[in-house]
Design a protein around this ligand. Sequence first.
Ligand SMILES: Nc1ncnc2c1ncn2[C@@H]1O[C@H](COP(=O)(O)OP(=O)(O)OP(=O)(O)O)[C@@H](O)[C@H]1O
Ligand SMILES: [Mg+2]
Length: 264
Amino acid sequence: MYRRMSESRSMVAVKIGGRFFANRKLLGNFADELHRLSKEFQFLVIHGGGNEVTELSDKLGLEPVFKDGVRITTPEEMDIVEAVLSGGVNKRLVRLFRSKGIDAVGLCGADGSIFVGKSLGVVEGINTRTGKIVKVNPRLIEILFDNGYMPVISSTSTELDGKALNINADTVAFHLAESLVVERLIFISDVPGINRNGEIMDVLKTSEIEREISEGVITGGMIPKVRASLDALKGGISGIVIGDYRVRGDLERLIKGKRGTLIE
Ligand SMILES: Nc1ncnc2c1ncn2[C@@H]1O[C@H](COP(=O)(O)OP(=O)(O)OP(=O)(O)O)[C@@H](O)[C@H]1O
Ligand SMILES: [Mg+2]
């Protein structure tokens, strides 16, 4: 387990979703709070951005394909995914965080082989560039932590032979949280938590997850999030929360379990 000798702050992995951080004002408030709470917590940020990938794909006339809420990336789409997520989105976040006084560094999975993967093969008739993670190597993240930096991680990576891969960002968040043994894993999305019959659940029990998926309560992009949460719990991470960010103070409330859905 990684612990810096002189480090007293607890580690928190925060995965932020594309429609949340598209709102400049909310993102600015979030960054201010991230900076303020950095005295108390060592943050690792993982980001998505599927909506921006879809916008550019649309313009280029490519039809996105999803299975269980996960994008099945075609080889043509892979270039767009890498350019949007690990270029535009990642650097925009890094620039904003730095402007707020956070010593942010932007990386993807291929950098230092933080996480590398393998294609899922043929899915929905597509020889896909979507992959699963086969190896996590958090050394570069630890080096950054030890030197006071906050890593901002995008979810593209590489196969061992150098081919580009797209990995679902919720899955990346789980693997990094597990390998670093973080104290909290927070998913910030565009919904205040998991909705069941019109109500946001305070707690979702892991035993209910597959049933809620099969009954159509949990669909689309929420599926990889709850599955990643289930895996994270099995991996020994306890404080897992799915929620949204509306006003200053929400990040602290999410971390302290006073907002969003807690996965137990
Ligand atoms: N039971 C549910 N409760 C809440 N949201 C749900 C539920 N089932 C499906 N969803 C959908 O999940 C979406 C969130 O996942 P989505 O993948 O779209 O965003 P994200 O993961 O936050 O962002 P990104 O994919 O860019 O990382 C919500 O906008 C909502 O439409
Ligand atoms: Mg998503």
